[in-house]
Design a protein around this ligand. Structure first.
Ligand code: MN
Length: 203
């Protein structure tokens, strides 16, 4: 069972000017690839530990697995959430759900933006489906694996690690977030909501 780096659905210049090809190439080809490799390496080390009955490093390996696997999953989702014909507002059932859970599209966008801008250190903003109450929530994810509700499924994410924007936007995080809203592929987000909202509750 190994993980693989997924190919992008668009070419490296497709998200310009909002996301430069230089960032996209490094972010996908180096950073995301490193999480894929890290997840696979950690699984191999866990297999070795079981084989050798040596669990002396189980705490570190467990942390590494959560970090690298979550990094892989969030990046894979992030690339699917973006597209060259993105931006604007969501429509249909996704818009109805957002209006129900956040009061308005603008209210959601403002909360998501504030969550992204407020992250201390490295992390993500995430719009997630919460199946117990059957609602959408915004989470601030620290690193890749911390500070979200168990059982929730992210359907829209924004990478706020410095590697996601610094080459283009330097320290001006707000401009990266503005650029991001111009490349969100709302159809992808709507398709994800339609799928996950049919799933069973976690408890
Ligand atoms: Mn990243």
């Amino acid at each position: 069972m190994s993980y693989q780096l997924p190919a992008l659905d668009y070419d490296l210049k497709a998200l310009e000017p909002h996301l430069s090809s230089e960032i996209l190439e490094l972010h996908h080809g180096k950073h995301h690839a490193a999480y894929v490799a890290g997840a696979n390496t950690t699984l191999e080390k866990l297999a070795d530990a079981r084989q050798g009955k040596d669990f002396g490093k189980i705490n570190q390996l467990s942390k590494d697995l959560a970090f690298h696997l979550s990094g892989h999953v969030l990046h894979a989702l992030f690339w699917k959430n973006l597209g060259p014909n993105g931006g604007g507002d969501p429509g249909g059932a996704l818009a109805e759900q957002i209006n129900r859970d956040f009061g308005s599209i603008d209210g959601f966008r403002e909360q998501f933006t504030a969550a992204a801008m407020g992250i201390q250190g490295s992390g993500w903003a995430a719009l997630s489906w919460e199946p117990v109450a059957g609602q959408l929530l915004v989470h601030q994810v620290y690193d890749h694996q911390t500070n979200f509700g168990q059982g929730t499924t992210p359907i829209l994410v924004l990478d706020m690690w410095e590697h996601a924007f610094y080459l283009q936007y330097r320290n001006v995080k707000a401009d990266w977030v503005k650029g991001y809203w111009n490349i969100v592929n709302w159809q992808d987000v709507a398709d994800r909501l339609a799928r996950v909202s049919k799933g069973p509750a976690a408890v």
